[in-house]
Ligand binder design. Structure first.
Ligand SMILES: *[C@@H]1O[C@H](CO)[C@@H](O)[C@H](O)[C@H]1NC(C)=O
Ligand SMILES: *[C@@H]1O[C@H](CO)[C@@H](O)[C@H](O)[C@H]1NC(C)=O
Ligand SMILES: *[C@@H]1O[C@H](CO)[C@@H](O)[C@H](O)[C@H]1NC(C)=O
Ligand SMILES: *[C@@H]1O[C@H](CO)[C@@H](O)[C@H](O)[C@H]1NC(C)=O
Ligand SMILES: *[C@@H]1O[C@H](CO)[C@@H](O)[C@H](O)[C@H]1NC(C)=O
Length: 944
């Protein structure tokens, strides 16, 4: 189906292009110069043209009506070659791999026969695929050229300085991330150049990029976005008097924001997005001498229509920015982006004077106070982004006047009060409304017919009333609907499948929805989250298009059989399935062979019984298996050895028997979390377990394991380091929550925290022998529980090396000797239990150890605080005092990380997996990427 649609789109593009070229060439009557015709044919011969774009390049005596060729009406000389790839998407800088039809490019070699086209003044080869060849030097001899565009055409290597000979050139396009420039001396030859676009070319070596004397005297437009520039001169030698468009975005400059940029009086468009600049904006024109180093002012930019300062470290009062920009009259400005800086203050009412604003982005700053009523005067506003600020008060009704508004994002502010139908009266164009993260209520009449047709709607945490919002029924174009935590206490209405059938993301979690669901119908590769509601009855049938489904924490009952085994002939797309915390009973059916795409399977906390079926071996992509807290029994099937992608295995609190640890160690080699707590495992702990180098969490507590702690445990290299970054990679999104026992209690840990936690629990088994010295090399461990075993001997003297230990439980063993003095250096320790051993001597002195309760030490022969028993005068020499510093307590901060969950991002991997793989998700950028992913997703969805 998709292929057909792609083909259709491809064909329609071709038709459009053929028509437009046909219309352009009015000069069919003029004969072609034979020498030029021959030159074009030679040029064509060396080109690769897989889609036959140049099929019209045939015939005697003609060439002026050939595709892309424009001749002079009078002389018949070839004047222009328009050979840009026709379906190129200039605005999309990301490559979508197979989502785009890529076969309309031209490639191959550029034949020097072009030099015979003496009158060629326009050459556009952009967006083609010259497969890494260099830009040919002879292009510098095409002296008549006024326009040369080689952008994004997969040229590679150094840009030939010969291009500097093109003294008539007015436009030069050299975008492309594989292009390089060593220095820019040659540019000084381009004395007539008006527009230069070198975005994404590597200019890191061209430290002279604005320092060539007499460079570009006529320049009007300069694009150097993403050029790896790190330096910007305090004063350029270049004469920028005529410059109207300057784009330096996405270069990480290590220098201060140079003031000369803001004195370019003719600037119409300025983009400094993502440049890492600092500076403070003030409103009042000052003489230069009174300006402090970081003070900046915008009041000279009288022609400005488009200003993008987003993703920098600028600060200042936001209304002073508007003051500066209104010095020459507020009418010019069309687009203003101040997002992701440190701007503060209130937004004053005079923002309403900027009547021509179509895009306003103030997101991710610290702007407070009310949203000005005058915003309603911005009658051509298309996009209003004020998310991640501290706006408070109500949403003014005046926004209903924004007739052109398409995107409204007010999320994550402190807005409160009621939003009603009146707010939307004239918002007929609204497509995306993001309101989450406020204390707003939506109050509409039951028969409300909204004026808009939304694509995406987020109202998380709004008060929507108990009834399911009826007006959603009118929204026929919804792709994304997010209404978690909105207080809906109703059944899902019968009409809902009509709108859900095309949704790619649906979140109705954390409401009080109830009743039975028979079917879940949703769009291709969709993510559906209905968790934390009160649905009952048996599990619904789920349409095969769904990619992620969360029905956990409800009251679904009955068996899994129909869900997994019915309609086996339909190929299933499901990659993430969460059915935990329901009332499901019976076996896990042996029907998993048709669910080969499953990456995440969570059935925890139900009443499932029986064995794990052998068909689990078909789930070769499975990354996370969560079966905690059921009544599953028997041995683990050996076919599980096929699931080599497993990162998380949580089988805790079941009744599994046998000794699977040998093959787990051998086969599941990238495992990060292994929890088989509270089962009936037997046998020794095998040294094969030590193959699991990535293991961060090992919980084998409450089994019947025996033998000694293998010395090779020091091979757990992930436990031997402390992570220095909490940045989530795509792989982290493949890990489901895990129940983790520390400090004597269990809690659910999300992936954000799992990334940081290292823990080992072998308690309540029959493990004997001494603690191997090697164990203390696992210095990243935050929790170590060896209690209730038969361990004996001394506690290793260098236990104090395990600096990150927050919880240490060695109670109820037979440890003897003294508590090692190094224990005093465990400064993060907040939970300690050494009771019921055979320890002797004085408890080492440190604020930490003495702060614990007596009960942590009883059942030993110990003396000294906190115990009442004094040590005799000839007792132990007190250990040296250890410097106390308490950092943050990782395990205590669990709630914080848990609350940072990124919701239903899961659904996106089906489509964008390859794109997001290994992409870092730092907190600062996650929002940005999030919106980008949503945008991309939107693009792709529109496309399908
Ligand atoms: C160009 O013109 C020639 C002669 O008039 C004609 O035979 C040929 O089909 C035309 N080619 C195109 C692509 O229109
Ligand atoms: C810069 O160019 C303008 C004309 O575009 C000219 O008037 C001005 O004198 C030049 N300035 C310098 C310092 O050359
Ligand atoms: C908004 O917040 C400010 C403090 O930043 C406070 O003084 C003001 O009363 C708040 N306004 C409303 C309507 O809550
Ligand atoms: C495990 O993988 C092997 C090799 O790919 C395959 O032959 C076998 O059928 C798989 N076992 C199961 C239960 O899927
Ligand atoms: C306790 O330790 C002492 C020596 O420190 C030893 O004599 C005794 O047997 C130990 N008791 C047990 C129960 O291990």
């Amino acid at each position: 189906m998709r292929a057909v649609l792609l083909l259709f789109r491809f064909l329609s593009t071709m038709v459009a292009i053929t028509i437009s070229i046909g219309l352009c060439n009015g000069n069919l009557g003029v004969p072609c110069k034979e020498s030029e015709r021959q030159a074009l044919l030679l040029f064509q011969k060396d080109l690769k043209d897989p889609s036959n774009r140049l099929s019209s390049w045939v015939g005697e005596g003609v060439c002026c009506n050939w595709t892309g060729v424009v001749c002079d009406d009078l002389t018949g000389h070839v004047r222009e070659l328009h050979l840009k790839k026709p379906d190129s998407q200039q605005d999309l800088h990301l490559s979508y791999g197979d989502f785009y039809v890529t076969s309309t490019w031209l490639g191959g070699k550029i034949n020097p026969s072009l030099l015979s086209l003496k009158y060629l003044n326009y050459l556009d080869l952009s967006y083609n695929n010259f497969q890494g060849t260099q830009i040919p030097c002879f292009l510098g001899s095409l002296k008549s050229l006024r326009y040369l565009n080689l952008s994004e055409a997969s040229f590679e290597g150094i840009i030939p300085p010969q291009l500097g000979n093109l003294s008539n050139l007015q436009y030069l396009g050299l975008r492309g991330y594989k292009l390089k420039v060593e220095n820019l001396q040659w540019v000084s030859g381009l004395s007539h150049l008006k527009k230069l676009d070198m975005s994404r070319a590597n200019l890191s070596k061209a430290s002279d990029w604005l320092q060539v004397p007499n460079m570009l005297p006529s320049l009007v437009e300069l694009h150097m976005a993403g050029c790896q520039l790190d330096h910007i001169p305090p004063l350029p030698l270049i004469n920028f008097t005529s410059l109207a468009i300057l784009d330096l975005s996405e270069n990480t400059f290590d220098s201060l924001m140079p003031r000369w940029v803001f004195s370019l009086r003719n600037l119409v468009s300025l983009s400094l997005k993502g440049c890492g600049f600092q500076g403070s904006f003030s409103s009042h024109p000052q003489n230069n001498s009174s300006l402090k180093e970081l003070d900046l002012s915008l009041h000279n930019l009288c022609e400005l229509m488009d200003l993008d300062l987003s993703f920098n470290n600028f600060n200042g009062n936001v209304s002073e920015i508007f003051n500066s920009l209104s010095v020459c009259g507020p009418d010019k400005l069309k687009s203003l982006s101040l997002g992701s800086n440190n701007f503060s203050g209130h937004l004053a009412e005079h923002v309403g004077n900027f009547k021509n604003l179509s895009h306003l982005d103030l997101s991710a700053n610290s702007i407070s106070g009310p949203i000005p009523v005058s915003l309603g005067n911005l009658s051509v506003l298309i996009e209003l982004l004020i998310y991640d600020n501290q706006f408070n008060g109500t949403l003014p009704e005046s926004i209903s006047q924004l007739k052109m508004l398409t995107v409204l994002d007010i999320s994550y502010n402190s807005l409160e009060g009621v939003v009603s139908e009146v707010h939307f009266t004239y918002l007929t164009k609204l497509k995306d409304f993001v309101g989450k993260g406020n204390s707003l209520a939506l109050n509409t009449s039951r028969g409300w017919l909204p004026p808009f047709q939304l694509n995406r709607l987020w109202l998380d945490y709004w008060h929507l009333g108990h009834k399911f919002p009826m007006w959603l029924q009118t929204q026929k174009q919804l792709k994304l609907l997010s209404l978690p935590n909105t207080g809906i206490s109703d059944t899902i209405p019968a009409w809902f499948p009509n709108i859900s059938s095309q949704l790619v993301a649906l979140n109705l979690s954390h409401n009080q929805l109830h009743g039975e669901i028979k079917n879940i119908v949703a769009g291709f590769q969709s993510a559906i989250d209905l968790s934390s509601n009160q649905f009952n009855g048996s599990l619904p049938f789920v349409s095969p298009s769904v990619s992620a489904l969360d029905l956990s924490n409800s009251s679904f009952s009955g068996s899994l059989f129909h869900f997994f085994c019915d309609r086996m002939d339909e190929p299933k797309n499901l990659s993430s399935l969460r059915l935990g915390d329901n009332l499901l009973t019976g076996d896990i059916p042996n029907c998993l062979m048709n669910w080969k795409r499953l990456v995440m399977l969570n059935l925890k906390s139900n009443n499932l019984s029986g064995n794990i079926p052998s068909s689990i071996g078909y789930l070769k992509r499975l990354s996370s298996l969560q079966l905690h807290n059921n009544q599953l029994s028997g041995e683990l099937p050996l076919s599980m050895q096929n699931c080599t992608d497993l990162l998380v295995v949580d089988l805790g609190e079941n009744m599994f028997v046998g000794s699977p640890l040998t093959w787990i160690g051998k086969s599941l080699s990238i495992l990060k979390v292994l929890n088989i707590r509270s089962n009936n495992l037997q046998g020794d702990i095998p040294h094969e377990l030590c193959y699991l180098k990535s293991l961060q969490i090992l919980d084998l507590a409450q089994n019947n394991l025996s033998g000694t702690i293998p010395r090779c445990f020091h091979n757990f290299s992930a436990m031997a380091t402390f992570p220095n970054s909490s940045i989530l990679t795509f792989a982290d999104y493949l890990m489901d929550n895990v129940i983790l026992f520390t400090k004597g209690r269990g809690a659910e840990y999300g992936r954000k925290l799992l990334k940081l936690v290292k823990s080992m629990d072998l308690s309540d088994n029959m493990i004997y022998g001494e603690i191997p010295e090697e164990l203390t090399s696992l210095v990243g461990l935050q929790s170590l529980n060896l209690s209730k075993n038969l361990l004996a001997g001394r506690i290793p003297s260098n236990i104090g090396d395990m600096k990150w230990l927050e919880s240490m439980d060695f109670s109820m063993n037979q440890f003897s000797g003294e508590i090692p003095p190094s224990t005093a250096s465990l400064t993060f320790l907040s939970h300690l239990n050494l009771s019921y051993n055979n320890l002797t001597g004085q408890i080492p002195k440190s604020t930490q150890l003495q702060s614990f309760d007596e009960s942590c030490f009883i059942g030993n022969e110990l003396c000294g605080a906190p115990l009442d028993k004094n040590c005799s005068a000839n007792g132990v020499i007190p250990p040296p005092a250890v410097e106390q510093h308490r950092g943050y307590h990782l395990l205590e901060d669990g709630w914080f990380y848990l609350s940072l969950g990124l919701g239903f991002m899961f659904g996106f991997w089906g489509v964008l997996g390859s794109f997001m793989l290994n992409m870092p998700w730092s907190i600062a950028f996650s929002r940005f990427l999030n919106s980008m992913v949503v945008k991309l997703y939107g693009v792709i969805v529109d496309y399908i």
